[in-house]
Design a protein around this ligand. Structure first.
Ligand code: IMP
Ligand code: MG
Length: 178
């Protein structure tokens, strides 16, 4: 059985997402950004966030995977890329969690090749202390210094994504890998 500690309740999550949406709405006045959901992890955050943003947006999806289970190994594969033309557009990338920064650093380079007008990053959880590659993060839901985070889209071996809360796993060593 998974042992966990609740880090943020449904209420706390909703409140923070609304605050981020408000800030994004103010920052993108007069613009129509392409908001990119990083699958699978960001899906719950992305759908909530875009609903609360009060300017028109376009949405798109990308899925990257790193070979190692759990946190990324640095070897990246594009499972599915965005299909919009983002040349000259403002792009807002939405992530669930940034750890080493490798996944995003790789994806940002890919997006830059498409010549967007701007690229900004929004993440629900930032594990800033664990950064190995520098990434400029513009909007952060919550900072979590360490531990393995699950729920609200985030998984451990593909489980717990559907939990409406954000929690920390207390016994990862006891859990099956599959
Ligand atoms: P990074 O490339 O090291 O920044 O890792 C980013 C990806 O690793 C995230 O998008 C998640 O899929 C996964 N990841 C890293 N830490 C956690 C965690 O605590 N919980 C769930 N997934 C995580
Ligand atoms: Mg992810």
């Amino acid at each position: 059985m998974v042992k966990y500690k609740v880090l943020y309740s449904q209420r706390q999550v909703k409140r923070r997402v609304k605050q981020l949406a408000k800030q994004i709405t103010a920052d993108y006045q007069g613009k129509e950004p392409v908001v990119v959901c990083m699958l699978k992890g960001a899906v719950y955050f992305f759908t909530d966030l875009t609903k609360y943003i009060k300017i028109p947006v376009k949405i798109d999806f990308a899925r990257l995977s790193s070979y190692k289970n759990g946190t990324s190994s640095g070897v990246m594969e594009i499972v599915s890329n965005i299909t919009s033309n983002i040349e000259g557009k403002d792009v807002l990338i939405v992530e669930d969690i940034i750890d080493s920064g490798r996944t995003l650093a790789y994806f940002i380079e890919l997006m830059k090749e498409k010549n967007p007008a701007s690229i900004k990053i929004c993440t629900m959880i930032d594990k800033k202390e664990r950064r190995e590659v520098e990434v400029n993060v513009d909007y952060v839901g919550f900072n979590v210094p360490s531990g393995f985070v699950i729920g609200y889209g985030m998984d451990y071996a593909e489980r717990y994504r559907d939990w409406p809360i954000i929690a920390e796993i207390l016994n990862p060593e006891e859990l099956p890998a599959e």
